[in-house]
Design a protein around this ligand. Structure first.
Ligand code: C2E
Ligand code: MG
Ligand code: MG
Ligand code: MG
Length: 281
C-alpha cells in the first residue's frame, strides 16, 4: 500500500515540470561540489592589439567540466551560481587561479601579459572584495598590473556612487579595470568620466552586424571616439570575420577579441598560441 500512495503523490506533478525541478536541484547540489571535486577550470581567450597583431593578454572564462554533461558553459551555470550565492566561493577561486596561472606563465619565461577576470554583481555586495583581490595577488606573487577586472556596465550602473568608491580602492591596488558588455546597459556619461576604468569592451551584439548595419556601425564608431576622448582603451568583443576587423582597424579600435583569432583555450594551449602569434591575422 505504501508503494501505491507514493506513486499517487508522484502524479500530482506535471511530469515535465517535475523533471525541470529535479534537474535544477541536481545541478545545484552538483555545483556545490564542483569546486571540491576540481571540476571547474579556466579557459583563456586572447586579446589582440589591432595595430601590431600582438597578443596583449587573455580573458579568463570559467568552464564546468561535468562528469556526465561534459563542458558546461557559464551561461548555463553562472545564473544558478548567483542565485545560490555559490558565485562567492567560485569567484574567489577564479581570482586565485587566474593570478596563479598568470604568475606561472611568467615564471616559465613567457612574455608578461594581462589576464582579465570577470566579476559578478554579488562580489561587489560583499565587503571583502578588495581584500580578496589583494590576497590573490599576494599569494600568487603576481604584480597587480598584470591583473584586469571586468565589471559589466549594468553592474556598475546599479549603484554608481558606491561603485566609484570601490573601483578607486581597487585601482589603488594597481590592477586594471574594464567595463564589460558596454552598450547593453545605460551608462551615464558623467559617471563614465568619473569611473577610474582603463578599458571599455564593446559588446559583441554591436560587432555582429557592424559591416552591414549603419546603426551598429555608428554606435561602434561613437564608442571608439568617446573612449579616445576619455583617454580609455577600447576593445571589440566577438570579432569573427576579417571584414569586422577591417572596420575596427579603419576606425582605430585598439584591440579585439573573438573567434577570428581564437576561441577560449585551456591553459595548456596558451604557450603555443603565443608562440604562433596573432601575426597570421
Ligand atoms: P563575457 O565576459 O562577455 O565573455 C565573452 C563571451 O563571448 C565568452 O562566452 C566568449 O567565449 C564569447 N565569445 C568570444 N569571442 C566570440 C566570438 O567571436 N563569437 C561568439 N559568438 N562568442 C564569442 P562564455 O565563455 O560562454 O562566457 C559567457 C559569459 O559568462 C561571460 O561573458 C561572462 O559574463 C560570464 N563568465 C564567464 N566566466 C566568468 C567568471 O569567471 N565569473 C563570472 N562572474 N562570470 C563569468
Ligand atoms: Mg568578460
Ligand atoms: Mg563581454
Ligand atoms: Mg558578454
Amino acid at each position: 500500500h505504501a508503494k501505491n500512495s507514493n506513486l499517487n503523490s508522484y502524479h500530482f506533478f506535471a511530469p515535465e515540470m517535475n523533471q525541470r525541478v529535479v534537474e535544477r536541484l541536481r545541478l545545484e547540489s552538483e555545483l556545490r561540489l564542483a569546486l571540491q571535486l576540481d571540476q571547474l577550470e579556466l579557459h583563456y581567450q586572447p586579446q589582440v592589439e589591432i595595430g601590431s597583431g600582438q597578443i596583449n593578454g587573455f580573458e579568463a572564462l570559467l568552464r564546468w567540466n561535468h562528469p556526465e554533461l561534459g563542458m558546461v558553459s557559464p551561461a548555463d551555470f553562472i545564473p544558478l551560481a548567483e542565485e545560490t550565492r555559490l558565485i562567492l566561493p567560485i569567484g574567489a577561486w577564479v581570482l586565485k587561479e587566474a593570478c596563479r596561472q598568470n604568475r606561472q606563465w611568467q615564471d616559465q619565461g613567457l612574455p608578461p601579459m594581462v589576464v582579465a577576470v570577470n566579476l559578478s554583481a554579488l562580489q561587489f555586495q560583499e565587503n571583502d572584495l578588495v581584500a580578496m583581490v589583494s590576497a590573490a595577488l599576494m599569494t600568487s606573487g603576481l604584480a597587480p598590473r598584470w591583473l584586469e577586472l571586468e565589471i559589466t556596465e549594468s553592474v556598475i550602473m546599479q549603484e554608481p556612487e558606491r561603485m566609484v568608491g570601490i573601483l578607486e580602492e581597487l585601482k589603488c591596488l594597481g590592477v586594471r579595470l574594464s567595463i564589460d558588455d558596454f552598450g547593453t546597459g545605460y551608462s551615464s556619461l558623467s559617471y563614465l568620466k568619473r569611473f577610474p576604468i582603463d578599458k571599455i569592451k564593446i559588446d559583441r551584439s554591436f560587432i555582429r552586424d557592424v559591416v552591414s548595419s549603419q546603426g551598429d556601425a555608428a554606435i561602434v564608431r561613437m564608442v571608439i571616439a568617446m573612449a579616445g576622448e576619455l583617454e580609455r582603451k577600447v576593445i571589440a568583443e566577438g570579432v569573427e570575420t576579417n571584414e569586422q576587423l577591417d572596420f575596427l582597424r579603419l576606425h582605430q579600435c585598439h584591440e579585439f577579441q573573438g573567434f577570428l583569432c581564437s576561441r577560449p583555450v585551456p591553459a595548456l594551449q596558451v604557450p603555443e598560441l603565443l608562440a604562433a602569434g596573432a601575426e597570421a591575422i
